[in-house]
Ligand binder design. Structure first.
Ligand code: 5GP
Length: 201
């Protein structure tokens, strides 16, 4: 771990932002990245309903709207956004503590959240994962058999807007196409390694 030369306090860790439309394979990519490198993944808070495979406290902290709103008021969230009609947010304390301890932290958040984090922490490194084509994304959304067709179409329509927004802003430092899993992981790993080298010096 990098140390400040004048003290034994660890140098502040790097914050990595990972975004990409629903169904693009972000979680699988993040899990593989966590297997390959020393980093901690922030668990978000959300008001969306739990779906098949969701574990409370592991994939998300599932809360109700009043609880989420209390967290916003108490300034406990580093960022928050509404996605498909539900609140999502990053608990600030976890991220701050890990960064202060010198750890690399990954947040998996949408474009609005990424915009907010980049504003408050411009030194963070933001990557946006894309599917090779829109059709491929739609097929992946259907393939994971998590939602009904109406929800899938809603998420697909949001995804197209997200991609357009991501490409029209300067929030993202890099865009990665998840065409082939191994290739995409290798590209992300190489981007992160490059960033960490530049960040820690
Ligand atoms: P899902 O419901 O598919 O798990 O997530 C929907 C979207 O919310 C995804 O784009 C995901 O990256 C985003 N998301 C998850 N957690 C957060 C968060 O804490 N903040 C923000 N802004 N977006 C999040």
């Amino acid at each position: 771990m990098t140390q400040n030369s004048e003290s034994s306090t660890p140098a502040r860790g790097a914050l990595l932002i990972l975004s990409g439309p629903s169904g693009v394979g972000k979680s699988t990519l993040v899990n593989e990245l966590l297997r390959r490198m020393e980093a901690d993944l922030s668990v978000s808070m959300t008001t969306r309903a739990m779906t098949k495979g969701d574990v409370d406290g592991e994939h998300y902290y599932f809360v109700n709207v009043p609880t989420f709103e209390r967290s916003i008021k108490a300034d406990e969230l580093l960022e928050h956004a509404v996605y498909a009609g539900n609140f999502y947010g990053t608990p600030r304390l976890y991220v701050e503590e890990k960064l202060a301890a010198g750890r690399t932290v990954i947040v998996e958040i949408d474009v609005e959240g990424a915009r907010q984090v980049k504003q408050s922490m411009p030194e963070s490194f933001a990557m946006f994962i894309k599917a090779p084509t829109e059709q491929a994304l739609l097929e992946r959304l259907r393939g994971r058999q998590r939602e009904d067709e109406t929800t899938i179409q809603k998420r697909f329509s949001i995804a197209k807007k997200e991609i357009a927004f991501a490409e029209s802003t300067d929030v993202y430092d890099a865009f990665v196409i998840n065409d082939d899993f191994d290739r995409a992981v290798a590209e992300i790993e190489s981007l992160v390694t490059g960033h960490l080298k530049a960040y820690h010096g």
